[in-house]
Design a protein around this ligand. Structure first.
Ligand code: AMP
Length: 200
């Protein structure tokens, strides 16, 4: 399965991704983690990305698209992947579409984790990451609304979006995610061409 996970900062994508990737048995591609590693290792991309991350802005599309392409080309992604935090702009979504189309790989679906902003602000206050301080958090929300929310319509129009209520216990939210995945699987099965040799 190839699944995209979209949600505002603090929605619980990280926690749910950990469970989801065990459940799906696919690699987890978190662009935030890839970037934080790049910053720690002082790679060219890390040096370019750091300033944007510290200010709560998005790292420019060409850097992200290159890093994700390299990761998705690795052998373990043949079975699928869970994309967490990518795509975050329409440009990234279009780049992903052409990557997948060029290889004849379908996208199973997009999970949107929905949590209202008051709850998110409370959650982020307890997390202690350097980009979680209030001014940066506000910027990250604004970036989400302006750059990433338009993707929801993009995937909705393609019939790929499942909105998940992200309020509740980790177990409750995970159950909702599993039902959405069942929906993705049913849709994929219905879209598969029938094998004439197997018909009566
Ligand atoms: P995250 O851990 O997903 O919240 O990402 C942390 C930071 O990394 C974001 O605030 C952005 O600065 C940067 N980042 C992560 N993913 C992307 C992406 N797909 N496009 C641009 N910037 C990203």
């Amino acid at each position: 399965m190839r699944v995209i996970f979209i949600g505002p900062p603090g929605a619980g994508k990280g926690t749910q991704s950990q469970r989801l990737l065990r459940y799906l048995g696919v690699p987890h591609i978190s662009t935030g983690e890839i970037l934080r590693d790049a910053v720690r290792m002082h790679t060219t991309e890390g040096l370019l990305a750091e300033k944007y991350m510290n200010e709560g802005h998005l790292v420019p599309d060409p850097i992200i698209i290159k890093l994700v392409g390299i990761r998705m080309d690795q052998a373990d992604c043949k079975v699928g992947c869970l994309l967490d935090g990518f795509p975050r702009t329409l440009g990234q979504a279009q780049a992903l579409d052409s990557y997948l189309q060029g290889r004849g790989i379908p996208l199973s679906g997009v999970l949107e984790l929905r949590v209202n902003e008051e709850v998110l602000i409370q959650r982020l206050a307890g997390r202690g990451r350097t980009d979680d301080e209030p001014a940066v958090t506000r910027q990250r929300f604004q970036t989400y609304r302006e750059r990433t929310e338009p993707l929801l319509e993009y995937y909705q129009e393609r019939g790929l979006l499942a909105a998940i209520n992200g309020i509740g216990t980790t177990d409750e939210v995970f159950e909702r995610i599993k039902s959405a995945l069942d929906g993705f699987q049913r849709r994929a099965a219905a879209a598969r061409p029938t094998d004439p040799t197997k018909s009566a």
